[in-house]
Ligand binder design. Structure first.
Ligand SMILES: Nc1ncnc2c1ncn2[C@@H]1O[C@H](COP(=O)(O)OP(=O)(O)OP(=O)(O)O)[C@@H](O)[C@H]1O
Ligand SMILES: [Mg+2]
Length: 389
């Protein structure tokens, strides 16, 4: 059996190499035997090793005596062998004539190397499958260099993202701090000056101070959220609640801001929307969507809708503002992604990313419809998880 396959293989290859001029099989065998950079060997039709050259011995560590007659799946890592990778490789080579692969292989001493493999089906004149020729190269060094290059690129990208983040963060943190300082300085001047500040004006300034302090707190909480999501620690604590109530509460929190921007808001909540949700997290998500509608809504009317749809809840936030360019729509949900310049609109590009994290943690989804200059509609779909999730 072995001998037949060998001679079948050699006869064919010899003709190929000679380009029509026959190279005697024993000369060809000497050439193959002498090659040490490539493992070149034959398998019978069922995958048992039928021949072995010096390169195979050098790369894989087995001598011809140890290995001939054993199944070639021993060269694969256990998990690949268990998943049927060796059999699939032969099936593919039998079907297409040739199979190429790169992957980990195991030496006799158990160590792994990254192999570049070509398996060629060998057929006799009648087309019957006689076995396979297998050429394996150890390309671990090349693989290592490629991995290293990739690791470097990733590290450079991480450094770039960090620098960009620090630049935005310092800008964003400075804005409320500057406002805070101005308010406090002015309060101090009044306190030290001859005229006492009237109660009302004094209270208003203090409120402004508080607003800036709250904004700073929100920014810093945003950083903590990123870390939480990255470490997989964003936990959802469900409790039964009425989502319509929650949306009303978020809208009420923004009442002053809406008024300051002379922005109309229509809230459509036809009835209670009962479900099991994380109230704090959803409040954060809805507030972020509403904040965007305010920020990018160009002062035009905003529509917020909340209703049940079967055993789901739907929240809609629509504005008629600047809209989002089509090519950017898929990316606005990415972390730090922004379609506007920092000079015109403050923000980290974390809001929508966090909305998606929160909604996904609830088993829901967020979708967007938008056209530049016409406005944007964000729709959140949440399972109501009435059984408690
Ligand atoms: N309603 C909207 N209309 C137009 N563009 C929007 C709207 N909402 C989001 N965008 C675009 O998507 C980007 C990402 O939004 P996201 O809320 O994640 O970040 P941000 O508002 O820039 O900052 P923040 O982290 O403070 O929320 C925005 O920078 C903006 O370009
Ligand atoms: Mg935002």
């Amino acid at each position: 059996m072995e001998a037949r396959i060998e001679s079948a293989g050699q006869a064919r290859v010899a003709n190929d190499v000679g380009g029509g001029v026959a190279v005697p099989a024993d000369v060809f065998r000497l050439v193959v035997d002498g090659v040490t950079d490539y493992a070149i060997f034959m398998l019978d039709a069922s995958g048992h090793v039928a021949s072995w050259n010096a390169g195979a011995e050098r790369i894989k560590g087995y001598s011809a005596r140890e290995v001939i007659g054993t199944h070639f799946s021993r060269f694969y890592p256990e998990e690949d062998a268990a998943r049927g990778k060796p059999a699939r490789a032969l099936a593919q080579a039998a079907k297409d004539g040739r199979f190429e692969d790169e992957g980990w292989r195991v030496r006799k001493d158990g160590s792994r190397f990254w192999a570049s493999v070509v398996i060629t089906a060998i057929r006799d004149e009648d087309g019957a499958l006689r076995g396979f020729a297998k050429v394996t190269r150890d390309v671990t060094e090349r693989k290592r260099a490629e991995d290293e290059r990739e690791r470097l690129l990733r590290a450079q990208e991480a450094v770039r993202a960090r620098d960009e983040f620090l630049a935005i963060a310092s800008h964003e943190l400075k804005t409320p701090i500057t406002a805070l300082q101005l308010q406090v300085q002015s309060l101090l001047r009044r306190a030290e000056g001859p005229e006492a500040e009237p109660q009302q004006a004094f209270a208003e300034r203090l409120e402004a101070v508080l607003r800036q302090a709250n904004r700073l707190t929100r920014l810093i909480e945003g950083f903590a959220d990123v870390v939480r999501v990255n470490t997989g620690a964003l936990e959802i604590r469900r409790e039964p609640l009425d989502l319509a109530d929650l949306v009303r509460k978020v809208v009420a929190q923004r009442a002053e801001e809406l008024e300051r921007n002379r922005c109309e808001l229509l809230l459509v909540a036809p009835g209670p929307v009962i479900g099991c949700f994380d109230g704090d997290r959803l409040e954060q998500a809805i507030s972020s969507l509403l904040g965007n509608a305010l920020k990018y809504g160009a002062g035009k009317p905003i529509r917020v809708e909340v209703r049940s749809r079967g055993d789901h809840a739907v929240i809609l936030v629509r504005d008629e503002g600047i809209g989002i360019p089509r090519e950017f729509q898929a990316r606005v949900f990415d972390r730090f992604a922004r379609a506007v310049s920092t000079r015109h609109y403050g923000g980290f590009g974390l809001g929508l990313w966090m909305v998606v994290q929160i909604v996904r943690a609830h088993g829901g989804s967020v979708s967007l419809e938008s056209a530049p200059g016409e406005g944007s509609t964000f729709e959140v779909d949440l399972p109501r998880a009435l059984d408690g999730g």
